[in-house]
Unconditional design. Sequence first.
Length: 228
Amino acid sequence: MTRSADKIIVALDVPSKNDALRLIEQLRGGISFFKIGLQLYTAEGPEVVRAVLATGAKVWLDLKLHDIPNTVGRAVESASDLGVQMLTIHLFGGSEMIRAAVAARKSKMSILGVTVLTSSSEQTLHEIGISNKPGDQVLRLAKLGVENGIDGVVASPHEIKSLRAAFGNKIAVQGIRPTWAKPDDQKRFMTPREALEAGADYIGIGRPITKHPTPREAVEKILDEISE
Ligand code: C5P
């Protein structure tokens, strides 16, 4: 497998464990890192995480934890016990919550922080009493996360450069579209190659691969595009 393939994480945004395992089977030998988010986890629970790990793949558990420090800490412990490689928390939870998450980790699992969701605009931040512009808030939260021990941040492709300039931590991005793919509902996307060139460590890709008639072919086209 090429190094570029190691940087691609496929989002298992599917309704059931069987759908997820079918997709993993189709991508076997090409992709070995998968993201399980709220849809699949709520439907199937930790069982689907164990099933994906049992295929030999790595798992990014994207639960975006945000609660009181003790509760987040105990949830991080449970995720560590499952054996996932990456977990997300919301940095909006503040320093005490972030430290509780970092301290509760038992394995080598990376903890990535979510700053401002890309669905949030300046107006959304104002609604909840934050007067910063989204870009400034992203940097503020990323700094808070890094100072309190997180391993990296989840970012939009357009934030990679400013985050890279400020921190050496891992950056995982989503909102990626290969040149040949439909944008779907993504508006400010980047191609896989642009995102890697800008400094992303991991690129999360969903529908261009999962909705492709031949997912394997989609991965091959993406790898070709990256290496061109
Ligand atoms: O659009 P696509 O199907 O590639 O989305 C892949 C994953 O990235 C989905 O799980 C989606 O929720 C997530 N995501 C995103 N854009 C963001 C943040 C997360 O598409 N800005």
